[in-house]
Design a protein around this ligand. Structure first.
Ligand code: AMP
Length: 305
């Protein structure tokens, strides 16, 4: 089954303590769509300007990503620039130029409204809701968000949460949204706002998954070198959604979500090994399966006698 991904598609300039690269393919939907494409067909909804390089369009197409829902508007593509600090975990946004993104209305082309899985990657919650308004009856809806929307569009975000099955956010966002310092309390508090499942990402420390009386803690792959953490969260969400959609029509259980979280973590761990989406270009599903097995080996332990 396919996944509908909506979010930003942009050109990023990223600086780390070691390197700086400009005009890279970026945006929450780009990372999420490519992540999901390792498992299933993707319908991409977003907007780019007429300066968006054709090579990026060709790359999406090569990944079996349908671009009927990608609007090409007159003007400049969304641009974002960020700088990472020494820990490679925290960053400062240097600039955000919305450009054609400023007047974006995500309108679904014919047929997209029947896509069974929906991943609302990071964009304004009102736009995420607008996508849901157009959907027929999706099987599973996942939303991602960021601190910006908790700060400036909290009511829109709270309205959206009532309509989604799962929310993905990072630790500081979960604390900010709920006012809880404990992530365990925050996970439960977010579930009370609507989503049946919540995944709280902890950067290099892995991820926590919450369901009804269910909890799963997934570690992170121990990478020696992180070159560019940009899009790790979006790739995680894409891998998670793509894996869920790739299964047969069976019900989504907590067991399935545990697997999905590990697949998401595997894809994110590959993505940070190079700038932009460069590592994804040479990645194969065999590489993904191999690292999935490594995750299993590294997390396994025997019960003491
Ligand atoms: P992440 O590292 O997961 O936070 O995602 C980084 C990506 O989000 C970059 O490729 C940016 O182009 C994109 N991005 C940054 N700010 C925004 C925003 N306000 N709305 C949508 N996408 C954004």
């Amino acid at each position: 089954m396919s996944v509908l991904v909506v979010g930003s598609i942009g050109l990023d300039t990223v600086k780390t303590p070691i390197e700086e690269h400009a005009d890279l393919l970026g945006g929450s939907a780009s990372y999420a769509a490519v992540g999901a494409s390792f498992f299933t067909k993707v319908n991409l909804v977003g907007i780019v300007g007429d300066d968006f390089p054709k090579t990026h369009v060709g790359y999406f197409q090569s990944r079996n990503i349908d671009l009927t829902g990608m609007q090409i508007a007159q003007g400049k593509t969304f641009r974002w620039s960020g700088e990472y600090h020494w820990d490679m975990n925290t960053r400062t946004t240097r600039s955000t130029d919305l450009n054609v993104f400023e007047h974006f209305t995500p309108t679904l082309p014919a047929g997209y409204n029947e896509t069974p899985y929906v991943l609302l990657a990071n964009i304004a919650p009102a736009l995420q809701s607008h996508v849901l308004d157009q959907m027929q009856k999706p099987k599973f809806i996942i939303a991602d968000t960021m601190n910006l929307w908790i700060d400036i569009a909290k009511n829109d975000l709270l309205a959206l949460l009532k309509r989604v099955d799962m929310l993905i956010l990072n630790d500081s966002e979960a604390r900010e949204l709920t006012g809880e310092t404990s992530l365990i309390k925050a996970g439960s508090a977010i579930r009370k706002l609507g989503p049946k499942y919540v995944a709280i990402k902890k950067g290099e420390h892995g991820c926590l998954l919450f369901g009804e009386n269910m909890f799963f803690s997934c570690g992170a792959y121990p990478l020696e070198d992180i070159h560019d953490p940009t899009g790790a969260g979006d790739t995680f969400a894409g891998g998670l959604a793509g894996y869920l959609a790739s299964r047969d029509d069976s019900e989504i259980t907590f067991e399935q979500l545990r697997k999905a979280v590990v697949y998401g973590s595997v894809l994110a761990s590959y993505n940070v090994e190079a700038f932009s989406l460069e590592r994804m270009r040479s990645l194969t599903i065999q590489d993904v399966e191999e690292r999935y097995q490594m995750f299993k080996l590294m997390s396994h332990f025997e019960v003491l006698e």
